[in-house]
Design a binder for this molecule. Sequence first.
Ligand SMILES: [Zn+2]
Length: 133
Amino acid sequence: MLRQRNHKHYTRHKEAARALVHARLTHYNTHYQLPLKKVFIKNTKSRWGSCSSRGNLNFSYKLLFLPPAVADYVIVHELCHLVEFNHGHAFWARVAEACPNYKELRQSLRTIERASFARKSVFGMVGFGTVLK
Ligand SMILES: [Zn+2]
């Protein structure tokens, strides 16, 4: 029952999420100029975004419900993984080019995760600290 409701929510919002992600990726990639491959919008349980070894980007449709600056941070984070595969200094320097306040945004994301987990809200994210790969 809960799963079905969740699936309907995903079906209803995924195209809007796709439009948002594409628009923001295009916006930030005018700066980064990285080779974009496929972008998937998924109903992920525990990740806001991820970058595959083939260079495909995956995002949770729930980005649509984050504050815009926080969603942008997730998008920039994954975009930067196209060239920096770990979370080393070079990676964060890249992220900071577009999101100079990324530390603050990352903290906001953690706060949202914790609150939504407690309320079992739409985000329904589990596994704090591992949700952004
Ligand atoms: Zn990452």
